[in-house]
Design a protein around this ligand. Structure first.
Ligand SMILES: C[S@@+](CC[C@H](N)C(=O)[O-])C[C@H]1O[C@@H](n2cnc3c(N)ncnc32)[C@H](O)[C@@H]1O
Length: 199
């Protein structure tokens, strides 16, 4: 049986809330990806981290338990409710906010990306990259998962590698790029773990 949705615009919070409420969340990892766990394990110090579009936000409790100062935001109330339920005692680290207008109390040392860029259509990507570049000081990091695919329909909206490079290269230098072994089916073989340093 195929599912019917009222909201068709992924730029609207209602689109995402409807999918959380109907429990149609094929992007949801159900836990913390291994590459992030490895990144945290080898990081020389904890990093003040911002997670835009956190969804269920399993990473919040993981980072907080590791002693990292983490703030996660999502503009969907249903996503924030799911994240708070998944995050237990760290629930106050999750805020309802729109990434494009959110002003963090302190500049993040790391922005963690997973399934946020690919959630929005490519015409919004320059604005996302612009905001990343404004929020991160030189030397700060953008790290996470980047979805490469050729299909124009989404979400998820896949990028061509050179397209993503063109967008990021003016502001960031890529310092890590690795295959991902524990993807959910929708991203399998099509996502890379990457770390980009703000120039
Ligand atoms: C595909 S989900 C990914 C969720 C999560 N990052 C994960 O890995 O499971 C995209 C999320 O981005 C959120 N989102 C989309 N546009 C947003 C915006 N402008 N500001 C904040 N959150 C946004 C949606 O509400 C949704 O929860």
């Amino acid at each position: 049986m195929s599912m019917k949705f009222d909201s068709r615009d992924p730029q609207a919070a209602a689109f995402w809330s409807e999918r959380f409420e109907k429990q149609f969340t094929p992007w949801d990892r159900g836990g913390v990806p291994q590459a992030l766990q490895d990144f945290v394990a080898r990081s020389p110090q904890p990093l003040a981290t911002l997670i835009p579009g956190c969804g269920t936000g399993y990473e919040v409790a993981f980072l907080a338990e590791a002693g990292w100062d983490v703030t996660a935001i999502d503009f969907s109330e249903a996503a924030v409710a799911a994240a708070r339920a998944a995050t237990g005692k760290w629930a106050d680290r999750i805020l309802t906010a729109d990434f494009f207008t959110f002003m963090p109390e302190h500049p993040p040392q790391l922005i963690y990306e997973r399934a946020f860029l690919c959630a929005l259509p490519p015409e919004r990507w320059p604005a996302i990259v612009q905001r990343w570049s404004e929020l991160l000081a030189p030397g700060a990091l953008l790290a996470g998962f980047f979805y490469y695919d050729k299909t124009p329909k989404g979400p998820p909206f896949g990028a061509a590698e050179d397209e993503l490079h063109r967008l990021l290269a003016p502001y960031f230098k890529r310092i890590e790029d690795a295959a991902v072994a524990d993807s959910v089916p929708v991203f399998a073989q099509k996502e890379r773990w990457q770390v980009w340093r703000r120039k």
